[in-house]
Design a protein around this ligand. Structure first.
Ligand code: AMP
Length: 338
């Protein structure tokens, strides 16, 4: 991709993303920093919605199932791709790994994220506290959450309060699904941390935090339904300041672990997902190698911590555009894209 980038005309550089998830924030930010903007829509319904916004120069209607073709057209348009949390869901992880267009961040991480066990390995290497993972139901000695591979938004997860309850459930469903992970259920409050890895300033910034608003765990179920974790929105979260040094250090350690295990440098936004226990210990159960939807909570008015780095409010879309502009100015774009 470095070769493709070298052929790009810096004055024509466009920022593109898939029309969903955090596309509004990404493209609005890019426009504010003077880039051309492209939204790639997988449906007419999405295209129609995104066409109404003046900061989006072009809305393409495309078959995301054939992403190679889209990627080639993006290169012809001098565009870089900002992948977001739904990108892999739309184009599939194999296509995402191979898409021939300069893509923000560490592309190989996508393959690690597709594998629950590799994911946990990376978190362990980062030296952050993680939930115990049980090899079989017989090892379980407390509450667990069972995660099914590829379950979208936590649909299909289930919780068991004890080994007996887990074994009964597994028996009733004719066995544990292939690839299912039995994880210690951590009791506490969820908190999701937004980071930005900056090759330009050679630092990791802790940028913001959110909480997800999840269907039946946050809904008025009155004990009538099983817990489900389908995300319907996000709520902004400002952390206790005394938690910030640990949260920031976890982000730095994660970026280092990616370099060591995956072999590429983090660049751009990423997220660690955690539960904070009542003794204020942070247990990380998941990560995202790209921008998460929780950053939408401060779209347009900036994250609470952006002022600490830039002395002015900035949302994540603007932060990405700022990095691209600075890297372009220094002739170092290849450090951001893979
Ligand atoms: P995930 O699909 O891994 O993001 O998980 C969906 C939701 O399940 C999260 O937002 C958390 O609220 C919850 N969750 C996941 N893993 C754990 C865990 N080990 N302990 C407690 N809650 C968890």
């Amino acid at each position: 991709m470095a070769q493709a980038l070298k052929r790009y005309d810096p004055d024509r550089l466009a920022v593109a993303t898939i029309a969903s998830h955090t596309a509004l924030q990404i493209l609005r930010g890019a426009k504010r920093y003077g880039f051309r903007t492209i939204a790639v829509a997988g449906s007419e319904r999405a295209a129609e919605f995104y066409r109404q916004f003046g900061f989006i120069d072009e809305v393409w209607r495309a078959d995301l199932g054939n992403f190679r073709k889209v990627a080639e057209s993006l290169v012809e348009s001098c565009a870089v791709l900002v992948p977001h949390g739904s990108y892999v869901e739309y184009v599939g992880w194999r296509q995402a790994l191979e898409a021939p267009v300069p893509t923000l961040g560490c592309r190989e991480l996508i393959a690690w994220e597709a594998d629950q066990r590799k994911k946990m390995l990376l978190l362990e290497r980062a030296g952050v506290q993680t939930p115990r993972v049980y090899r079989s139901a017989s090892e379980v000695d407390g509450p667990v959450i069972v995660k099914l591979p590829g379950a979208k938004g936590g649909r299909g997860y289930f919780i068991a309060r004890s080994r007996e309850e887990l074994e009964a459930r597994v028996r009733a469903s004719g066995g544990l699904a292939e690839g299912a992970v039995i994880q210690e259920y951590i009791i506490g409050v969820p908190a999701y941390y937004h980071y930005f890895a900056s090759p330009v300033y050679e630092r990791v910034e802790v940028f913001g935090a959110d909480v997800r608003y999840e269907s039946n765990v946050d809904g008025r179920t009155l004990g009538l339904a099983e817990p489900t974790f389908v995300v319907v929105g996000n709520l902004p979260l400002v952390l206790r300041e005394s938690l910030l040094p640990t949260v920031w250090r976890y982000g730095v350690q994660f970026a280092r672990a990616v370099e060591e295990l995956v072999g590429c440098s983090m660049a751009g936004p990423y997220c660690l997902e955690s539960i904070i226990r009542d003794d204020l210990t942070i247990v990380v159960f998941e990560f995202s190698g790209r921008i998460v939807a929780g950053t939408n909570t401060y779209m347009g008015y900036g994250s609470p911590y952006s002022v600490l780095y830039f002395d002015r409010p900035m949302d994540m879309g603007e932060r990405i555009a700022h990095e691209i502009r600075e890297a372009a100015r220094r002739g170092r774009l290849e450090r951001l894209f893979s």
